[in-house]
Design a protein around this ligand. Structure first.
Ligand code: ATP
Length: 438
């Protein structure tokens, strides 16, 4: 029997497969652990999730610029950052059932939680993915897929200062893939080996670090709170002294209450001048910043807000998943997603598939409106099935063209969360939808 917590995860995994949100990568070959593909609905959903982050953190701010860095960088980057020496986890193995665990994730467990067996001593593994640049044997250069996306921001810092009109304090943002050869990929999109991160690195003077640290900590939490239904499932966790990097005065994670317990979604890190100092040292380049008004040169200090796109999207699905018992005894499943994030803003149906007047009116409306909104069109016959599909992918509204539409130019709109219906004029649907989405 699955425990209740795993049952919810299993329901989401099944929904994701059934509705084209997320698939196990290489499933036809038996799958590969820690890698996933986004399907037709999931790709739209993830795009919306990233677009909203970009809109709120880059487009709407005059003090943050965007980059899109490459996944493979000079191998020295990972020496300078400390990842080659120290990027990994400890692993212990059960001597009887040979299950492997990360000791940091099974606090105070002295015996194997699966079979009660003895553990081996912990062994340390580096989780950077290695690759090679070049094709000729003997001339290949070893390299790494980036273990965290943010390093590109430090690498491009000088180019950005020299080529744009940014002035401290300012931020550099990026969304991009990161790769970690995780020892125990698990819980679906929570811990994978290939994933995307969104990062804001905010550069400031040392004396202003605390102020900007607090600002980003609160701003990022408020952003998530505005988009999750259950605000109580989000909290800060302050890192203990022994968890802090030597250069950090404090660190907080924004956590989500997942079915398996509170889990990190985004880290707000005090990086000080560590990263730029390290890269200055290893590259022998001057990465200091010249303040043109005071004439002072200094290495900027950094506040980092670094979150996982896939992980937070999974948390968003857990937060949105709803089951409702209907009067007829059936259970309705729907995703209560913020309409800004839903893959489709509206689905358009003709009431009957075999009535050409209804189908063509619905098709015309779809063609017109889809220039502006992401929409679905469904002219299959069973209206109940059509609603069920849209509910399960989180489409907030379904518009139905019916016989009355032919007579008075109105259509019905059904709401995902309440299932209530209203009628409005077809010509008003654009402004109705635009109002709802803003
Ligand atoms: P964890 O302790 O869970 O391994 P971390 O502290 O190593 O995470 P960071 O290096 O701070 O994570 O990365 C920033 C964000 O990237 C995390 O908050 C998380 O959302 C995401 N992330 C990190 N590792 C993974 C992974 N293996 N799969 C999916 N997302 C991840």
């Amino acid at each position: 029997m699955l425990s209740e917590q795993n049952e919810l995860v299993a329901k989401i995994v099944s929904l994701c497969k059934r509705r084209g949100i997320v698939f196990q990568n290489s499933e036809i070959y038996g799958g590969i652990q820690g890698f996933y593909d986004y399907g037709p609905i999931g790709s739209l959903l993830k795009n919306n999730w990233k677009s909203l982050w970009l809109k709120n953190n880059v487009q709407e701010r005059s003090d943050v610029v965007l980059i899109d860095g490459s996944i493979i960088t000079h191998p020295k980057v990972w020496e300078a950052s400390g990842h080659v020496k120290n990027f990994g986890d400890e692993l212990i193995e059960c001597k009887s059932c040979h299950q492997r665990f990360r000791p940091d994730l099974i606090d105070n467990v002295t015996k194997c939680p699966e079979c009660g067996g003895e553990f081996t001593n912990p062994k340390k593994f580096n989780i950077l993915f290695k690759t090679e640049i070049g094709v000729i044997e003997g001339e290949k250069i070893p390299a790494y897929l980036r273990g965290e996306a943010c390093q590109n921001i430090y690498l491009d810092f000088k180019n950005i200062v020299d080529s744009s009109r940014v002035k401290i304090p300012f931020g550099i943002a990026q969304i991009g893939k990161a790769f970690r050869n995780e020892i125990t990929p698990k819980n679906f999109l929570y811990r994978t080996r290939e994933f995307e991160q969104w990062d804001i690195q905010f550069f400031c003077q040392e004396k202003d670090m605390n102020q900007y640290y607090e600002y980003w900590k609160e701003t990022r939490m408020a952003w998530y709170q505005g988009l999750f239904n259950q605000k109580k499932s989000l909290r800060f966790r302050q890192h203990q002294k022994n968890e802090l990097a030597f250069y950090a005065k404090k660190a907080f994670d924004i956590e989500f209450e997942a079915p398996w317990g509170w889990s990190e979604m985004e880290g707000i890190h005090w990086r000080g001048d560590y990263d730029l100092t390290q890269h200055s040292k290893y590259s022998h380049q001057d990465l200091s910043y010249l303040d043109r008004t005071t004439g002072k040169k200094f290495i900027p200090h950094i506040v980092e807000a670094s979150g996982g796109v896939d992980r937070s999207l999974f948390f968003l699905l857990l937060d949105a998943y709803q089951e409702q018992k209907l009067d007829n005894g059936e259970t309705r499943i729907f995703l209560k997603l913020n309409p800004k994030l839903s893959a489709y803003k509206m689905a358009i149906f003709p009431l009957a598939a075999n009535k050409p007047e209804l189908v063509s009116l619905a098709e015309n409306l779809y063609t017109d409106l889809s220039k502006k909104y992401s929409l679905d069109f469904d002219d299959s016959s069973n209206i109940g099935k059509k609603y069920r599909r849209q509910d399960e992918i989180g489409t907030p509204w379904c518009a139905v063209i019916d016989y009355q539409s032919l007579e008075d130019g109105t259509l019905s709109i059904r709401d995902r969360d309440t299932m209530s219906q209203i009628r409005i004029k077809i010509e008003e649907i654009d402004s109705w939808l635009s109002n709802k989405l803003n």
